[in-house]
Design a protein. Sequence first.
Length: 75
Amino acid sequence: MTKLLEQALEAVRQLPAESQDEIARALLHWAKAEAEPEPINPAHLPAVLEGLAQAKRREFASDEEVAAAFRRFER
């Protein structure tokens, strides 16, 4: 096991059990070589494709836009 993975696992140990289980499920999913991609709701597909196109064009949200988005969740 790498030092980085050990550090990550130590950080996860500090989280509540529910969060630990969620992270464990994600790790198990990613670790499976034969794992299928997550299904995409067909209604969300246009937004996903647009997001991928924006990333390919290196069009990312500014720090200010990201901060504003997170502030909306604080309410």
